[in-house]
Ligand binder design. Structure first.
Ligand SMILES: Cc1ncc(COP(=O)(O)O)c(C=O)c1O
Length: 354
């Protein structure tokens, strides 16, 4: 078995792979890849996937759960367009690559974009704390977990503005209070399922209120809320496998238990990074992500040696993103703690050998 520390698409539970593969051959006499999305058997899948999201995150009444396509990258634009009101000003917390991309799309949507805070001064290795939020803006946007830089909001920002969050890389990894948000969006391909669908959780009172003159039918979340994610052909396989994965999550104690497992995995690896003289974390301790652990090697001349070691030991996906360098261990819900133990043992052996 490989230990998949990839940042996404990433590891999902083996049981989900097995059941999804059986359904590729025979879902209901037909393959899941050929069944009509209007068939009652797939409508039941969509309904169950929607209900499981609500159950897993305790989504209160008054919110719609929608499965779309386009990834979180389209979500940058969709969120901005749907949240546009009178001021046409939007407040963004800049925590690196993904929030910068979100700001670019908001500008394209016609917003004046204001930075409520930024950690660009130190290559995004912390979460900005003293925010300067323009309370006349239409909304405040932030990225809850910064997949590339390895930072994570431990406390969600507080504001009187409608709160919008790109939760792509930590949704379902920890408990959240959905009622704090007007709009959450997340690409599937970390903790929900295979790439192909994008989850939106939106407060119903937000729908249909945009003041944007440009609102293509597909980008209007009301279109999809009204049609229960069946306005056009949904990404059938991705929704199906997400449903299997959400079933698996609920059966295994739900988000609360996943959070406890994720905290244990993160503690194990950060402890090694802090105690092993060969390695050094890149992020301010209080802002460290439990999903994406970024770290460097103190002796750069030995990086190739360590890369060869983990690759030889069936670890994949540990190479750091080019904007940070070093290593990045992504530890999504499905990564077992045993895989983290394998990595930690290798780090210890490597250091002892040096
Ligand atoms: C936090 C975050 N936002 C957005 C994206 C972009 O997602 P997508 O590839 O679904 O467009 C990613 C991708 O990794 C991400 O980690």
């Amino acid at each position: 078995m490989k230990h998949n520390f990839g940042a996404g698409p990433c590891i999902l539970p083996q049981e989900v792979f097995q059941e999804a593969s059986r359904s590729v051959v025979d879902f209901n006499g037909l393959s899941i890849l050929e069944v009509s999305h209007r068939h009652k058997d797939f409508v039941a899948v969509m309904d169950e996937a929607t209900d499981l999201v609500k159950k897993a995150l305790h989504v209160p009444d008054g919110y719609s759960v929608i499965f779309l396509q386009g990834g979180a990258s389209l979500g940058f634009l969709v969120s901005a367009l749907n949240m546009m009101r009178e001021s046409k000003k939007a407040s963004y917390i800049n925590t690196g690559t993904w929030s910068k991309k979100a700001m670019t799309e908001a500008k394209k949507a016609g917003f004046e974009v204001l930075e409520a805070g930024s950690s660009s001064d130190t290559n995004f290795n912390y979460i900005p704390k003293n925010l300067n939020i323009d309370e006349s803006a239409d909304f405040l946007h932030f990225t809850s977990n910064n997949t590339i830089f390895g930072t994570q909001f431990k406390e969600m920002p507080t504001t009187s503005l409608p709160l919008v969050c790109d939760m792509s890389s930590d949704i379902f990894s920890r408990e959240i209070n959905v009622a704090d948000f007007d709009l959450i969006y997340a690409g599937a391909q970390k903790n929900m399922g295979p790439a192909g669908t994008t989850l939106y959780i939106v407060k119903d009172e937000v729908l249909g209120k945009s003041t944007s003159a440009f609102m293509p039918t597909y980008l209007d979340l009301k279109t999809h809320a009204d049609k229960e994610s069946m306005f056009n052909t949904p990404p059938v396989f991705s929704v199906y496998a997400s449903m299997l994965n959400l079933r698996h999550l609920i059966t295994n104690g739900g988000v609360k238990s996943a959070q406890a497992r994720n905290e244990a995995k993160a503690a194990l690896l950060y402890d090694e990074i802090d105690n092993n003289p060969m390695f050094e974390g890149t992020v301010a301790k209080e802002d460290r992500s439990n999903m994406n652990v970024t770290f460097l090697m103190n002796d750069e001349s030995r990086i190739d040696e360590f890369n060869a070691l983990w690759q030889k030991n069936d670890i994949v996906g540990l190479k750091g993103h080019r904007s940070v360098g070093g290593f990045r261990a992504s530890m999504y819900n499905a990564l077992p703690i045993e895989s983290v133990q394998v990595l930690v043992t290798l780090m210890k052996d490597f250091s002892n050998k040096g």
